[in-house]
Design a protein. Structure first.
Length: 199
């Protein structure tokens, strides 16, 4: 197929407006065997991404049948598809590994940590705002067990009373004072020593 025939099939220059109003372009060339080679170029403005954050680019065009979905490993024949984590995806296949939400619908970014694709809500639920333990301030790894209190996330071994260092069991009562967790027996002593008021 000639470039002119290919461009006329796509409706002109090969440029298409994405659903977000930004432009993507698709250029095809022929290799020695006469197969079309597509080069995808996106002019989507990218903001600085966090360490475990990946962009999700939405591409609006007729895809070549050579594209394989990163999820189901089937060829992509849909008009709409996504590109993330250096792979192409059916819209239904790019989903959060925990809650199953379609990542193309919940934002322009996903979180990718140790092979898991996560939506922002699940990433923050598991690893906190910055992926650091509120007690020891060390990084929380994807495979580590955690405890969560409000917006604070703790390593399991760090989830203990700041006064007596006793680890909590299921059903134990505690109070969160700033980032410190204090057991029921030590609340008044802890607040007196640290000049904190119980609210």
């Amino acid at each position: 197929i000639s470039r002119a025939a290919w461009e006329s099939r796509l409706g002109g220059s090969g440029n298409r407006c994405t659903a977000s109003g930004l432009w993507s372009s698709c250029r095809a060339t022929l290799d020695q065997a006469g197969h079309q080679i597509f080069k995808m170029a996106s002019t989507i403005e990218r903001k600085t991404l966090e360490t475990n954050e990946e962009p999700v680019d939405e591409v609006l065009q007729m895809p070549p049948s050579l594209l394989t979905c990163g999820g189901c490993q089937q060829s992509i024949g849909d008009r709409f598809f996504l590109k993330a984590i250096e792979q192409y995806w059916h819209e239904d296949c790019l989903s959060c590994d925990l809650c199953g939400c379609r990542l193309g619908e919940v934002g322009r970014r996903l979180y990718y940590k140790l092979g898991r694709k996560l939506c922002r809500r699940d990433y923050l639920r598991l690893f906190g705002q910055d992926g650091l333990c509120a007690s020891c301030e060390k990084r929380i790894r994807a495979f580590e067990m955690t405890m969560r209190v409000r917006d604070k996330v703790y390593h399991l071994e760090c989830f203990k009373c700041a006064a007596c260092q006793k680890h909590f069991c299921v059903g134990d009562r505690y109070l969160l004072i700033n980032s410190d967790i204090v057991c029921e027996q030590d609340i008044f002593e802890w607040t007196k020593l640290n000049n904190n008021n119980i609210v």
